[in-house]
Design a protein around this ligand. Structure first.
Ligand SMILES: [Zn+2]
Length: 126
């Protein structure tokens, strides 16, 4: 039995201060506002070093959030992940992946790869 690894989760919507139902133009607006606010060039020089660090951290997070949510493909994938809160993923040798939600994992025995026709068997320990 190969081990499933759980992907680390970050709530990109809350990082942008947006609702998961917000549309792309709304997300973009929030992104642009935040990215300006946290932009390293926009910080005044007399703020404490810790605050600057924090801003840079935020800047990176906001930028990452937009990279995911601003792209239709990655947004769709992320939304799907959010939906299946406890999903497990396993990489296929073709580069595709097997994915199964926690609920599904209790019911199904076979999972097919999302890009090729390979199927793996889930073993249940109970
Ligand atoms: Zn495959």
């Amino acid at each position: 039995m190969m081990a499933f690894e759980q992907l680390p989760k970050k709530d990109w919507y809350s990082i942008l201060g947006a609702d998961p139902s917000a549309d792309v133009s709304d997300l973009k607006q929030k992104y642009q506002k935040l990215i300006l606010m946290y932009h390293p060039d926009k910080q005044s020089t007399d703020v404490p070093a810790g605050t600057v660090e924090e801003c840079i951290q935020k800047f990176i997070e906001v930028d990452q959030a937009w990279k995911i949510l601003g792209n239709e493909e990655t947004k769709k994938e992320y939304d799907l992940q959010r939906h299946n809160d406890h999903s497990f993923f396993l990489s296929c040798r073709c580069g595709g992946k097997y994915s199964v939600s926690k609920d599904e994992a209790e019911e199904v025995n076979l999972i097919s790869c999302d890009t090729c026709s390979l199927i793996i068997e889930l073993l249940h320990y109970s």
